[in-house]
Design a protein around this ligand. Structure first.
Ligand SMILES: [Zn+2]
Length: 642
């Protein structure tokens, strides 16, 4: 097997095979006031400290202290996966410190590492929920114990640190943990696997970052063990829940617990790429396609069922019961990004953009200190304003909460935002592709020379993207601009002069560039109706409105007094008009229907449309729903006359 090291500046996901790489953390700098730059700034200024404060308050850091002091008891704080939140936060801090200096966050990183390091056992095991006095024995609950899951997140944090700053105590810790796992779970040792995938993607990335091939081999072993009914099942937690029902290479679609399925898939792409397993990569592409075609919400959200936080059957996409966990959005981006790097197919970036703008950006509020866990597309009853001092059990009520009993989402958002700009562009030999649009600077190495581009745009609130060359290599470069799938009438004006129409996919131009050369991509930014596939029973007879990459929604906050959300019906023949960052649509408001005097809401005669008053209704971007006040909300709006 031959592999080519692509090198490049530090970033998540660095395949050692193939020639395509994402931009490095220091190769893209987003302006601090753009759509994503604002979120990165808020993340750095507020979210990290917020998460540390909650972990301290709930005793999740104290858990490490107790193990280090040999003082564990049955009274341990938090769930068995609480350790992973500390590691995810460390990963976020490591990426953040890799993109910019920050003495306060550097001190926070050092303090956390000093705090957790004493908890590692001499043989490399680290975990605060098992294997110490008063706690269950190590590896006594592979289905739900999350021990390898936790150590996987430790490794991902170490990968972030190793790529950005080099060896340090956290990296040493992760190496010892990985060595322990290889000994305990290698060929001929414990022939089992972890109920929550994560260690696979972590081992593959740690193998890349350290050059230790055996970590990749161990990841492959875990993947091969999955799908054979090894894990003990429980009521409501079937083999499918754990993706232990079917071998990965044979599966047709993602199924079971959504975050598990997506982390597993991300790790499987990494292993397929590192081992040049064409069949495995093809299986994952097939599963991605099936899942996107039939099991994904318009927001990019995944997971239709609250009961097991899982995927539903094909076309089972209820808007009101949508689970769409924020972490599933993060994990979907991880999966799609890997498939893009492996194949170059633009559709993976299209889904990333959809998911980032409509799930990941939706979770945190503007202060970066309250988060959605679930992201339903229809809220029938406005949530109660969150006023509690304690944790929210799950926050399914349409109100962002500062912390959760199971608090996986806030730290997942934090680590994603800190490294997100590395997805803004990719480099392949002498081709540079712009993928996610935000104002800022892209400064990448092309065969050892700099290509420096200035991007000016109001995206996603504006559809114009201006790219100005500030510095370019002497020889020709191929510059590619992604044209999103929704942009049906896009045009580009380039240095060659004139304006050309471009179809969704790529605009591509190969030439020797010079400072001052300029490309202006016009994607359009008018709101548009988007119709659901008629096989999605739950939203038949409705339509959604999108604008650019944003899904819009109606909030009760914007309805005229006395108008109820369930009585608003959109006029499908009227073109939605742009308004602020949202839209205004022509709608009819049905008079309130009488209740059926104790009878069930079904009748033998076909209902007659009672007539309606016309009204303009305002729509806002889904990513900021519920920010002004708790509200009733819906994305799919019933069509008048249906
Ligand atoms: Zn989560």
């Amino acid at each position: 097997m031959t592999t080519t090291t692509v090198g490049g500046a530090a970033a998540p996901v660095r395949p050692t095979a193939g020639t395509r790489r994402g931009a490095g953390l220091t190769e893209v700098a987003w302006d601090p006031d753009g759509f994503w730059g604002t979120r990165q700034r808020v993340n750095a200024e507020h979210t990290f400290a917020h998460c540390i404060a909650w972990m301290e308050r709930l005793g999740w850091l104290e858990n490490f202290d107790r193990v280090g002091r040999g003082e564990t008891t049955v009274e341990r704080a938090g769930w068995q996966f609480a350790d992973s939140e500390v590691y995810k936060l460390l990963e976020g801090l490591a990426w953040e410190l890799g993109r910019r200096d920050d003495a306060r966050l550097a001190a926070a990183y050092d303090a956390l590492v000093a705090r957790i390091a004493p908890a590692q056992d001499p043989d490399g095991y680290v975990g605060t929920a098992f294997g110490h006095p008063g706690l269950p024995p190590r590896y006594s609950d592979m289905s739900m114990g999350h021990e390898l899951y936790n150590m996987g997140h430790l490794m991902q944090a170490a990968v972030a640190r190793l790529r950005t700053k080099g060896e340090d105590p956290l990296v040493s810790m992760a190496r010892r943990a990985a060595d322990h796992i290889c000994r305990e779970f290698g060929e001929g040792a414990r022939e089992t696997l972890c109920g929550h995938p994560e260690v696979e993607v972590a081992l593959a990335e740690l193998g890349r970052a350290t050059g230790e091939r055996r970590y990749v081999d161990q990841a492959r072993l875990f993947l091969e063990r999955r799908g054979h009914g090894t894990l003990a099942v429980r009521p409501l937690l079937s083999a499918e829940y754990f993706q232990d029902d079917t071998p990965i290479v044979e599966a047709e679609a993602l199924r079971g617990h959504a975050v598990r399925a997506l982390y597993l898939s991300a790790g499987a792409v990494d292993v397929a790429v590192e081992t040049e397993d064409v069949a495995l990569l093809a299986a994952l592409e097939r599963q991605w396609a099936h899942t996107v075609e039939r099991r994904t919400y318009i927001t990019g959200g995944m997971g239709s069922r609250h009961q097991d936080e899982g995927f539903g059957e094909d076309w089972e996409l209820p808007p009101d019961r949508a689970y769409c966990e924020t972490c599933a959005g993060v994990a979907s981006v991880m999966f799609s990004w890997r498939l893009y790097l492996a194949t170059g197919d633009v559709r993976y970036v299209d889904l990333m953009e959809r998911t980032l703008h409509n799930v990941v950006a939706t979770a945190p509020d503007a202060t970066g200190t309250a988060f959605f866990y679930a992201n339903p597309l229809h809220e029938r009853v406005a949530g109660a304003e969150y006023a509690g001092e304690g944790v929210n059990m799950r926050a399914e009520g349409g109100v962002r909460a500062p912390w959760f009993d199971v608090s996986c989402c806030p730290t997942n958002v934090a680590r994603t935002l800190a490294s997100l700009h590395s997805y803004a562009a990719s480099v392949e030999e002498r081709t540079v592709s712009l993928l996610l649009y935000a104002p800022g600077t892209i400064d990448v190495a092309v065969d050892g020379e700099r290509l420096r581009l200035r991007v000016d745009t109001a995206y996603p609130d504006g559809g114009t993207v201006a790219v100005t060359v500030e510095e370019a290599p002497a020889a020709a470069v191929t510059l590619r601009l992604r044209v999103p799938g929704w942009a049906r009438e896009a045009t580009v004006a380039g240095p060659a002069g004139g304006t050309v129409g471009v179809a969704p996919g790529w605009f591509e131009d190969a030439r020797a560039l010079a400072a001052g050369d300029r490309y202006v991509l016009e994607l359009g930014n008018e709101p548009r109706l988007v119709w659901p596939d008629p096989r999605i029973d739950a939203v038949r007879g409705t339509v959604a409105v999108e604008r650019g990459p944003l899904v819009l929604c109606v909030e009760s906050t914007d309805l005229p007094a006395g108008v109820r959300l369930e009585d608003v019906r959109i006029d499908p023949d009227a073109v939605p008009r742009a308004s602020g960052d949202g839209a205004v649509v022509s709608a009819t408001v049905r008079p309130a229907l009488p209740d059926a005097a104790g009878a069930p809401p079904y009748q033998a005669t076909r209902p007659v449309d009672p007539g309606a008053a016309s009204s303009d209704v305002a729509l806002v971007p889904y990513h900021r729903w519920g920010e002004r006040a708790p509200s009733e909300m819906r994305v799919f709006i019933p069509v008048a006359g249906r």
